[in-house]
Design a binder for this molecule. Structure first.
Ligand SMILES: C[S@@+](CC[C@H](N)C(=O)[O-])C[C@H]1O[C@@H](n2cnc3c(N)ncnc32)[C@H](O)[C@@H]1O
Length: 195
């Protein structure tokens, strides 16, 4: 299982934003939408071995986690609006104490980064950071790894403190967008799995 956890510090936590303006009206949900696309969409297929947790921390109702399960996922197309629509639908679900399913393979719950990490405690943890160790020099535990990434703001110090178990890795020498890092991690794992 490949797991990705992405923190959206400003990402809206209500589903009343417009898909025409995800960067402005929804606290950079466009970043999270591209991460979902990068994590799951290949040419004419969906990665079934992948799970994504988006940690949304923006107003008006934080925190929320939206979990995407590749093994069950439906209705995700390659365009950004498609992922944005699934996120919006999840945010329109009224939350109680339990997680709720919004569409096939998409779940939403009241939780933050600590809970996201708790679900990954049996996986090898990797914190994606441009000053980490080169991804090609670490054992990626290709079959059971969780990768944590920041948004346009990176990760805050108090969030980094929760990642003491995680190894810092970089996918390349340049600071990239979060979704680009996900694509590169998948590529590294694909290369390992195909040898
Ligand atoms: C646009 S970057 C964050 C920019 C933010 N202003 C900062 O300086 O931290 C978004 C995320 O992508 C990941 N990232 C970017 N470049 C990377 C690299 N070369 N290797 C590994 N992760 C990277 C990190 O997780 C980062 O939090």
């Amino acid at each position: 299982m490949r797991q990705f956890i992405v923190v959206g510090h400003k990402a809206a936590t209500s589903g009343d934003f417009t898909l025409d303006d995800m960067p402005g009206s929804a606290g950079r949900i466009d970043i999270l939408a591209r991460c979902v696309t990068a994590a799951f969409v290949t040419s004419f297929d969906i990665r079934r071995d992948t799970q994504v947790r988006l940690v949304l921390l923006g107003e008006p109702d934080p925190p929320k986690i939206i979990r995407f399960e590749g093994s069950e996922l439906k209705y995700l197309n390659p365009d950004e609006r498609s992922a944005g629509a699934l996120i919006r639908k999840a945010l329109q679900v009224k939350l109680g104490t339990e997680q709720r399913r919004s569409t096939k393979g998409v779940y939403v719950e009241r939780a933050g980064l600590a809970e996201a990490l708790r679900h990954s405690d049996e996986s090898a943890l990797f914190y994606l950071h441009e000053h980490g160790k080169d991804v090609r020099d670490v054992d990626l535990h290709a079959n059971n790894a969780a990768f944590i990434l920041g948004d346009h703001l990176g990760l805050f110090e108090e969030e980094e403190e929760q990642l003491s178990q995680a190894q810092r890795i970089r996918v390349g020498p340049i600071k990239l967008h979060t979704d680009q890092c996900i694509t590169l991690v998948h590529n590294e794992l694909d290369r390992l799995c195909s040898t």
